[in-house]
Design a protein around this ligand. Structure first.
Ligand SMILES: NC(=O)c1ccc[n+]([C@@H]2O[C@H](COP(=O)([O-])OP(=O)(O)OC[C@H]3O[C@@H](n4cnc5c(N)ncnc54)[C@H](O)[C@@H]3O)[C@@H](O)[C@H]2O)c1
Length: 336
């Protein structure tokens, strides 16, 4: 295979992040695009000189046989419908954005189908592809385990319409802070337990945001891992953007002889042996994610994919377990 004939499902904001890297991946040929919003699908089709333009994933997949080698899927979290199931049935590898859906049961069915076909998949946990993540992993693995981790993602309400209602986005932890949750799993493995709380009341629906807003203003999850690691992961969307308040996003990892201060997708500050080192991010993780997926499709070598559907499901289940804890007030214990 010299080129990967790519179909794009969803032409919104996130697909733009993927397509902006395609000029650096000459093996990609965009052959089909789909989006219910006419201007969006036409704009992406024009950008790549693509003639097959569809109103939705159904039309695109109806015409995919023999024409499409792989898919990128970036739709709103409630819109996944049967797109991954059909792709699996047709044996078409896909890169899908996180969260793979707000319907966990649907995702379990997709996982089963993907496994049955031994399909190549990738999920958009972009942070795994950073050089900074590799450095953190190396430090965590080579120092004595144990310690406290503080993770935070506090900001304003993202601009997409579907963020305003919890039934559409499943809350900030599932929709957004799932990136840091996934990094915790990447570094520390499967957790022993999670306990989480959430609150509303800081944001006034209809004043600070759309009248239908009903998601959590902030939440806190406490996760216990093996080797005496406990992580507190806070999520907040209550910050008013115009005030200039900009709380830090990232991970702060305190071990007994090193402190790792990861500033989300920007830099990493290490405090080690009396020396402070500030390392800026070099790798373009969205480019690396796309390159890994295309390489896997072309060669069959999946080793470069850092989060496939199977692994991503473990993060998604964990995020939903935290949501359950928020609702019930109970600690969720996981069987090892
Ligand atoms: N990995 C990351 O860092 C990252 C960042 C931002 C968003 N995301 C994720 O990407 C996904 C999309 O987010 P977004 O910001 O692009 O949302 P968006 O609303 O900007 O775009 C989604 C697009 O999907 C289209 N769509 C809906 N149903 C469709 C269908 N059946 N067929 C084809 N197109 C369809 C919509 O019309 C819309 O244009 C979400 O799951 C989001 O969480 C990931």
């Amino acid at each position: 295979m010299e080129k990967v004939r790519l179909g794009l499902i969803g032409c919104g904001g996130r697909m733009g992040a993927h397509t902006s890297k395609f000029d650096q991946i000459p093996e990609i040929e965009v052959v089909a695009v789909a989006d219910p919003i006419e201007e969006r699908r036409n704009a992406v089709a024009k950008q790549f000189g693509c003639k097959a333009i569809y109103k939705n994933h159904t039309e695109l997949l109806d015409n995919a046989k023999g024409n499409i080698d792989a898919l990128i899927i970036a739709v709103d979290p409630t819109a996944h419908d049967d797109m991954e199931l059909r792709a699996a049935e047709m044996g078409i590898p896909f890169l899908v954005e996180k969260p793979m859906s707000v319907d966990l049961e649907l995702c379990e069915r997709v996982l089963k189908a993907v496994k049955e076909k031994n399909l190549i998949t990738a999920v958009g946990f972009q942070d795994r592809y950073q050089d900074l993540t590799d450095i953190m992993m190396e430090k965590i693995k080579t120092h004595r385990p144990g310690g406290l981790v503080y993770g935070s993602w506090i900001g304003g309400i993202p601009g997409v319409w579907w963020w305003q209602k919890k039934e559409y986005c499943a809350g900030q932890l599932v929709e957004q802070n799932i990136h840091l949750l996934d990094m915790l799993r990447y570094f520390y493995g499967e957790p022993l337990s999670v306990y989480a709380t959430a609150t509303t009341g800081m944001i006034t629906a209809g004043v600070d945001c759309s009248p239908e807003y009903d998601t959590d203003d902030h939440s806190t999850a406490v996760l216990r891992f093996e080797n005496n690691v406990t992580a507190t992961l806070v999520s907040g969307c209550y910050v008013k953007p115009k005030t200039g308040a900009n709380p830090r996003k990232g991970l702060y990892i305190s071990m007994d002889d090193i402190v790792i201060d990861y500033r989300l997708r920007n830099n990493l500050i290490l405090f080690e042996n009396g020396i402070t080192t500030d390392i800026p991010r070099k790798a373009d993780q969205v480019l690396e994610l796309n390159k890994a997926f295309i390489h896997a499709v072309m060669t069959g070598d999946r080793s470069v994919i850092r989060s496939d559907y199977d692994d991503a499901m473990k993060t998604l289940r964990l995020a939903f377990a935290a949501n359950k804890s928020m609702e019930t007030g109970e600690v969720i214990h996981f069987n090892k």
